[in-house]
Design a protein around this ligand. Structure first.
Ligand SMILES: [Zn+2]
Length: 139
């Protein structure tokens, strides 16, 4: 769903994502991305994309934010804000959707375009019928 703008309550997430985006290493795609994850207790972890001359070695902003959060012991996430310079709000890629569903199947996701327009999705909406830890039960 496209919104006129990101709800103001999420401004700290937007700010953290934009700060991270400024540090993105994206010399190949020229597509700098920032992401900020909010935990259930209100902490914010940010990430930027980190590309590599060996393209598959690169990592998306969303997974950098997730890894940073996990490394501190955080496990419960409620919200993600993604920023880029694309004209339209950019949703997370498929790999990031999969990485996120491991910890936050009910995640609320916002993407914000440079003109301030935002889009909102639930992770369940973006990744129906996910492969989760439960998928490995009874193996
Ligand atoms: Zn991704």
């Amino acid at each position: 769903m496209v919104l006129d703008h990101l709800p103001s309550a999420h401004a700290p997430l937007f700010s953290a994502a934009e700060t991270a985006r400024a540090h993105a290493w994206a010399p190949y795609s020229h597509f700098p991305v920032g992401a900020a994850l909010e935990t259930d207790d209100g902490r914010i972890f940010a990430g930027c994309n980190v590309e590599n001359a060996s393209y598959p070695a690169g990592t998306c902003a969303e997974r950098v934010a997730l890894g940073t959060a996990i490394a501190t012991g955080a496990r419960q996430f409620v919200r993600l804000v993604i920023t880029s310079q694309q004209q339209d709000p950019t949703p997370p890629c498929g790999i990031c959707r999969q990485a996120l569903v491991e910890f936050a199947p009910a995640l609320e996701i916002f993407a914000v375009a440079p003109d301030g327009r935002a889009a909102r999705w639930s992770l369940a909406e973006l990744l129906p019928a996910p492969f989760t830890p439960a998928s490995l039960e009874n193996v």
